[in-house]
Design a protein around this ligand. Structure first.
Ligand SMILES: Nc1ncnc2c1ncn2[C@@H]1O[C@H](COP(=O)(O)OP(=O)(O)OP(=O)(O)O)[C@@H](O)[C@H]1O
Ligand SMILES: [Mg+2]
Length: 692
């Protein structure tokens, strides 16, 4: 396979979008004197023909076919070792992918796979050029048929609420920049999107990994639905070939265990050094534009999670769902609900490699013998995946529940009107005085998010044990012992358990022996409920989430198989918080629907007397407070404060939370600092915030 880089005609300079201004323009002759090009070019050898695009890398070694390349790769493998040492990157670790590929890490060559393709009926979007280089505010794009939809695609403006906040899942530093000038922004600003009710008019683009990957959401008039296209730089035939060769070379030269890899910045610099070596060895010259595109894909497929990396970087994406091979991925979008994407996996072996990579990133194990994966990605996202066709007939599947890298705080939920400041102030008192809480709701109604917010109110020095199947909770407390379950190995015993298996039940039983002040169980499903309620009844304040829609269904589910608790044990529960996800043609938001105080569990199955202290009014979209919390009398008995004093204290805390929301003290650390300070000296904090 011979390359034609030398013959490529110089390209015309292209306008560069404002967003991409920090990326040097394409390496055409006309732009070669550009500031961005200069630094790079001068750092490289200058041999190579004078005509044609200005050379970024060039080497003297001619190459023939892939076999010849392999020989060359062996030579440069030695050089790569030196680079690895210099960057302090972990050296070879044989992982699952290695076994299948004979000891080589799969870097996800993009040739044979479901690369994000431009929308079927939006060929002009990306086909003309890459969005990275061509996308600019006001760019005309034709996503639908040539009808009224030919209207211009709008660049979404930065949202007010998102100002200063970056997209989620990104590195704290927010950007990757290499000495050779490759730059990507991993924290694009959160944008404001048009409303959902006029969905046929939606035609908007916003950055995911600028200046390379963009989301383009538009109404597809053929399919009659909103589409989510991931736009990435298009590679021409030669560039694809070159990317494949570089990937091949990287496989030969380095073997990084990406599971616990170093920071993206360090890794990408390390990869870049190796890419440069390969390019030099190949005797290949590439323009800066091509180089940047290649580096983007190398970043995406090695440091990132391949085709879904842009989706993981979208603030608006809640879930990413893949239902099998050759089916488009779906996302749950914060604003537009379920959207079909243009990303799909088409190649079986590539897909299984990808699932293995997901497993590696979660630090868990997946195989033909154990084809179910339940884990947490380094950014906190929860992953469920299947590996083989015999259990999911469309091939491997996965679902990723994206979690915010910076956990949401009560301020976020107050700002989004999910919960009122008064309701949080009430929960603060309930938590401080050690009552038992269950957060319930339907799937994805925001239970874990709400639970993770209220645990911020636990006093700073308290000893907390948390137990989860996959780690989702995030606490600022230093005296916190987080535990997760572990899958077992081999054949199940007669009791149905496997060797080495550690269940929620085991962990919970242990945790009560560790003298915790608070126990948090991520989600209750089975027999662990018995241990939890025993703990609650014996004075260990415990919080958990549970799938149920109302107090009655909570009680019924707790009293019937497989949980089977007695009414007297269920009575240990003090407060039930109910979350809902309101989804209809024009609305898509989450609300705290109720806070109910359990007064009595009746003998009749699934019946309870309770007091709804807070109740959401769906017409006015406000959360009403009934002013009569019964729990305050119990607090009075514990503390000696009068009910009136407790009510005043609640209002003072509500005032503080409102002020914090106004001042946007939403950052996890900042929020927790104020709460900690309040526990130490509430008057001082109130004074700071101008509260009497
Ligand atoms: N108040 C909110 N506003 C907007 N998005 C939210 C809110 N609460 C949660 N989310 C988002 O909704 C998704 C589901 O949230 P979460 O995992 O907390 O729900 P859950 O009820 O615990 O789900 P599951 O039943 O799967 O455990 C997440 O992506 C989360 O970021
Ligand atoms: Mg949950």
């Amino acid at each position: 396979m011979a390359f034609n880089f030398f013959k490529k005609k110089p390209e015309e300079p292209k306008p560069v979008p404002a967003d991409a201004a920090r990326v040097a323009p394409a390496g055409g002759a006309g732009t070669s004197e550009g500031q961005g090009d200069k630094t790079v070019i001068e750092s490289r050898p200058k041999e190579g023909p004078k005509e044609g695009p200005k050379v970024l890398f060039s080497g003297a070694v001619p190459h023939g076919d892939k076999r010849a390349l392999k020989v060359q790769m062996d030579k440069i493998a030695e050089r790569a070792k030196g680079t690895a040492k210099k960057f302090g990157v972990a050296q070879p670790k044989i992982n699952m992918a290695d076994r299948r590929t004979g000891g080589r890490t799969v870097l996800g060559a993009s040739k044979h796979i479901g690369e994000a393709k431009p929308a079927a009926d939006a060929p002009e979007t990306a086909a003309k050029d890459t969005p990275a280089e061509s996308a600019k505010p006001g760019d005309a794009v034709t996503p639908g048929e040539k009808t009224a939809m030919e209207a211009e695609v709008k660049e979404a403006p930065v949202s007010k609420e998102g100002e200063g906040k970056g997209a989620e899942g990104a590195e704290a530093s927010g950007e990757v920049r290499t000495p050779e000038g490759f730059y990507i922004d991993l924290r694009p600003k959160v944008v404001t999107l048009p409303p959902y009710d006029k969905k046929r008019e939606i035609n908007v683009r916003y950055p995911l990994i600028p200046p390379y990957a963009y989301a383009h959401i538009y109404w597809d008039s053929k399919e009659n639905e909103l589409m989510y296209a991931v736009e990435e730089p298009l590679l021409d035939e030669t560039e694809r070939e070159l990317l494949e060769l570089i990937n091949l070379g990287l496989e030969e030269m380095i073997n990084i265990s990406f599971v616990r890899a170093a920071k993206s910045n360090i890794l990408i610099q390390y990869l870049e050094k190796n890419v440069q070596s390969i390019l030099v060895e190949l005797g290949t010259k590439v323009s800066k534009k091509t180089y940047n595109k290649l580096m983007y894909y190398i970043y995406r497929n090695s440091v990132g999670l391949n085709e879904i990396e842009p989706l993981l970087n979208d603030y608006y994406v809640e879930d990413i769902e893949c239902n099998g091979l050759k089916f488009p991925l779906y996302i749950v979008h914060r604003k537009y609900q379920n959207l079909k994407t243009t990303v799909q996996f088409n190649d079986g072996p590539y897909m299984t490699d990808f699932i293995e990579k997901l497993a590696q990133k979660t630090g868990r194990y997946i195989s033909y013998a154990k084809p179910l994966l339940d884990g947490t990605l380094p950014d906190g996202s929860r992953v469920n995946a299947t590996y083989t066709e015999d259990i999911t007939t469309r091939g491997p599947t996965f679902t990723i529940r994206k979690f915010t890298k910076e956990p949401w705080t009560p301020v976020h939920l107050i700002q989004t009107k999910t919960v009122s400041a008064e309701a949080f102030a009430y929960m603060w008192l309930v938590i401080e005085h050690k009552f038992n809480i269950m957060v319930v709701g339907e799937t994805a109604s925001g239970k874990t998010t709400f639970l993770n917010c209220i645990v911020d109110f636990i006093p700073p020095e308290a000893r907390i044990c948390s137990i989860e199947d996959t780690r989702e909770l995030n606490l600022a407390h230093s005296n916190w012992l987080p535990a997760v379950t572990r899958a077992g190995f081999g054949m199940p015993t007669v009791l149905g358990t496997q060797y080495g298996e550690i269940t929620l039940f085991d962990l919970l039983r242990e945790s009560f022996r560790q003298n915790p002040d608070y126990v948090i169980v991520g989600e209750i499903r089975g027999k662990e409920a018995y241990v939890l309620f025993q703990g609650m009844a014996s004075g260990h304040p415990s919080f958990s989430t549970f799938h149920a829609a109302s107090v009655d269904t909570v009680v019924k589910r707790l009293e019937t198989p497989p949980i089977n608790l007695s009414p007297s044990l269920v009575e240990a529960l003090d407060v039930v918080c109910i979350c809902i996800h309101v989804k209809d043609a024009s609305r898509n938001f989450r609300r705290l629907k109720e806070i109910d105080e359990i007064q009595e569990i009746e003998q009749a199955l699934g019946k309870a007397k309770f007091n709804s202290v807070f109740l959401w009014d769906p017409l006015k979209d406000i959360i009403n407070y009934n002013q009569k919390p019964m729990i305050f009398e119990r607090i009075m008995k514990r503390t000696g404060m009068t009910v009136e004093q407790i009510k005043q204290e609640m209002m003072r805390r509500a005032e503080l939370l409102k002020k914090m929301a106004e001042k946007d003290i939403s950052n996890f650390e900042d929020f927790n600092k104020v709460i900690n300070d309040y526990y130490k000296d509430s008057d001082m904090v109130c004074k700071q915030f101008g509260i009497k």
